[in-house]
Write a protein that binds this ligand. Structure first.
Ligand SMILES: Cc1ncc(COP(=O)(O)O)c(C=O)c1O
Length: 392
């Protein structure tokens, strides 16, 4: 895959360090040749979620590691220490002039859209987006915006659909006015991590820039899109004015977000964060964790993608099992079982006997399977054999 040969956000790859980073446990070594009587691994392999999502004990241990390597410096109300360091790191990663730590992605999206659109009320976005469906109508009720959804139920809209919508507003409405901002989510959570095609983003961005429509990117999972599609984060970011990235979905933090963009926009944020009650005294634990997990993230993602392919090939060798990527997708695949196999039973055994967790709806023959860094906890033959054994 192209992405494996192309650094997706950092200049250097830490691939050479991988054997030291991911030593296999004795248990895994013992089961590598089909010996399944070895003890199940301590660390849970999760086939759901985009990252490791640490439990408290592991979280504290990770932070302790970070602190042992370089003493962590705390912030005060989001200023100084590791928070400032994180902001600088994301300015470099996205190529934006400024960045600010936000207590949540919801606040990052809402404030970005509100500031970008200024006095204008109309905001165009995907009907499937988090901003449209999952932010408690904040844009309407708090910021006085009118959200205009495109492409119902779909991952993305194209430039033609965008133009049609804008021209319909102008001709059919008494107060057609101008568009305040366009918000794009990529990848799209509600369509199982499918991506907004990059070529379409380019065309839409160029049109918007020609027509003075500011662009916001809800890139909660932008680093996933970048890794799986081989498009650098900076390249994606270049087509948008503001970009938000989650700190907890795959960077290990327990919450938080970062918003990057032009200085003139980001400089307005501290006061707005305070007005909306989001100015938290200490944010350093989340910032420190994200900084710590950013180290080597690119190498771990490349390894996760390689392992995904290896595991998929292994699983497809099992009679009655088919695992395939989603059309236009990223890290979420579909697993299909033939009628004589019981997914619920497989799920239960995987968990109880092998410490591997995945969802499988009652009575269903298909389920989604999400690949993340927990795939690196064991070698592929262990996981493949666990499936083989659990399916019977
Ligand atoms: C695509 C997307 N945008 C924004 C958010 C909001 O993030 P937060 O939970 O930090 O408010 C989420 C969270 O699930 C999300 O999936």
């Amino acid at each position: 895959m192209k992405s494996l040969h192309r650094r997706f956000f950092l200049k250097t790859s830490g691939l050479g360090l991988l054997p030291a980073i991911f030593p296999f446990t004795n248990a895994a070594a013992a089961v590598a040749d089909n010996n399944l009587s070895a003890p199940k691994p301590e660390k849970l392999i999760k086939f759901f979620g985009d990252g490791e999502m640490f439990e408290p004990g592991d979280y504290i241990a990770e932070l302790a590691k970070a602190h042992a390597s370089t003493a962590l410096v705390k912030d005060r109300y989001g200023v100084g220490g590791v928070v400032t360091e994180l902001e600088k790191k994301f300015m470099a990663l996205t190529g934006k002039e400024a960045a600010i730590f936000m207590p949540s992605g919801t606040m990052a999206n809402q404030l970005a859209i509100a500031v970008l659109s200024g006095q204008k009320s109309k905001i165009l976005l995907q009907e499937t987006s988090h901003v449209y469906r999952d932010e408690a109508d904040a844009a309407q009720s708090v910021f006085g915006k009118r959200l205009i959804p495109l492409a119902k139920g779909e991952t993305y809209f194209n430039l033609e659909q965008l133009k049609e919508t804008i021209s319909a507003i102008k001709t059919d409405e008494a107060y057609g006015g101008e568009i305040g901002a366009l918000s794009i989510e990529n990848p799209v959570r509600r369509t199982d991590g499918r991506v907004f095609p990059f070529d379409e983003i380019k065309k839409i961005s160029s049109y918007c820039r020609d027509n003075n429509i500011p662009l916001h990117l809800d890139g909660a999972r932008l680093f996933i899109a970048s890794a799986w599609k081989g498009i650098p984060v900076k390249e994606y970011s270049a087509y948008f004015d503001t970009v938000y990235i989650s700190l907890y979905k795959y960077f290990g933090a327990s919450g938080g977000a970062i918003l990057c963009g032009p200085k003139a926009i980001i400089d307005q944020m501290p006061e707005l964060i305070k007005v909306h009650g989001g100015n938290i005294y200490g944010n350093w634990t989340n910032a420190a964790m994200a900084l710590h997990r950013l180290e080597g993230f690119e190498a771990r993602m490349e390894q996760t993608i390689t392992r995904t392919k290896e595991l998929t090939a292994e699983l497809n060798k099992i009679a009655g099992v088919n695992v395939a990527p989603l059309d236009g997708g990223t890290n979420i695949y579909k697993i299909t079982l033939s009628k004589n196999l019981n997914g619920r039973h497989m799920r239960n055994r995987l968990y109880k006997e092998f410490n591997i967790q995945m969802g499988f709806p009652e009575g269903a023959s298909q389920a989604l399977i999400t690949f993340n860094e927990t795939l690196l906890y064991q070698d592929i033959s262990f996981i493949g054999n666990a499936f083989r054994k659990s399916i019977t």
